[in-house]
Design a protein around this ligand. Structure first.
Ligand SMILES: C[S@@+](CC[C@H](N)C(=O)[O-])C[C@H]1O[C@@H](n2cnc3c(N)ncnc32)[C@H](O)[C@@H]1O
Ligand SMILES: O=c1cc(-c2ccc(O)cc2)oc2c(O)c(O)ccc12
Length: 232
């Protein structure tokens, strides 16, 4: 078995299609559709956050009344625009990705949606940016929410920093923690190109499951969304 085109770990592509067509696409903002459509013809466009998982993220952002957020891994901006649309007018997102060319694909849609003012895009690797934020003690516990969808081998490094930046009761979400379902495959059924990230996901999933600083839910949506609530 391999990950299906929509990066869903559901039993069948038909079920993924059913969910998307009945309850996701009809409610999706036009500007988000624009980015999804642009991804279709952009190299590695399949990396955009799954829209059903995005829908869950939007509800969580609103339930939290999230105002200050961090995004690690922007790509063409689907999850970034979704976050910007889900926080208040005076909300702020620090969004970090070294690939500005990809960000510029989604930027016209972000502008069209009227939410560019909420975004502080930083063209950089994320670790030095998070370390810089941590140098200022006023950033401790200053963020309501963080979304991580970048280099999978660094997820634990991001976690050690974000756990300090996000407030008690705030959320950190990690994408791709089921890696196309391969985390549950026997080793011999895993394709060569999936092995490294699968190992990263297995190690991260084990570590987060025993981290008492967070309550967790590994939600089987999209490619696996690990939702962490900072407990103390
Ligand atoms: C899966 S894509 C992100 C998808 C995005 N959330 C969306 O909805 O379109 C992964 C992104 O992580 C970025 N990335 C890779 N290594 C990174 C790092 N060290 N720091 C920040 N971003 C990184 C890549 O440039 C890429 O754009
Ligand atoms: O196929 C991928 C690859 C990535 C990926 C690989 C290396 C990096 O430094 C960052 C990201 O991410 C993906 C992803 O988030 C997704 O939803 C589907 C596929 C991939």
């Amino acid at each position: 078995m391999t990950a299906n085109k929509n990066a869903s770990i559901l039993q069948t592509e038909d079920l993924t299609k059913y969910i998307l067509e009945t309850s996701v696409y009809p409610r999706e903002a036009e500007t988000l559709k624009d980015i999804r459509n642009a991804n279709e013809s952009y190299p590695m466009g399949f990396m955009g956050t799954a829209p059903d998982a995005g829908q869950l993220m939007a509800i969580l952002l609103k339930l939290l009344n999230a105002k200050k957020t961090i995004e690690v891994g922007v790509f063409t901006g689907y999850s970034l625009l979704l976050t910007a649309l889900s926080i208040p007018h005076d909300g702020k997102i620090i969004a970090v990705d070294p690939d500005r060319k990809a960000y510029e694909i989604g930027l016209p849609s972000i502008k069209k949606a009227g939410v560019e003012h909420k975004i502080d895009y930083i063209e950089s690797q994320a670790l030095p940016v998070l370390d810089k934020l941590l140098e200022n003690p006023s950033n401790d516990g200053n963020f309501d929410f963080a979304f991580v969808d970048a280099d999978k081998h660094n997820y634990w490094n991001y976690h050690e920093r974000l756990i300090k930046l996000v407030k008690i009761g705030g959320l950190i979400i990690y994408d791709n923690t089921l890696w196309g379902g391969t985390v549950a495959f026997p080793e011999e059924a895993v394709l060569d190109h999936q092995r490294k990230v699968r190992q990263d996901a297995l190690a991260f999933n084990e570590a987060i499951a025993s981290d008492t600083r967070v309550e967790i839910c590994l939600a089987s949506i999209g490619d696996g969304f690990t939702i962490c609530r900072r407990a103390h």
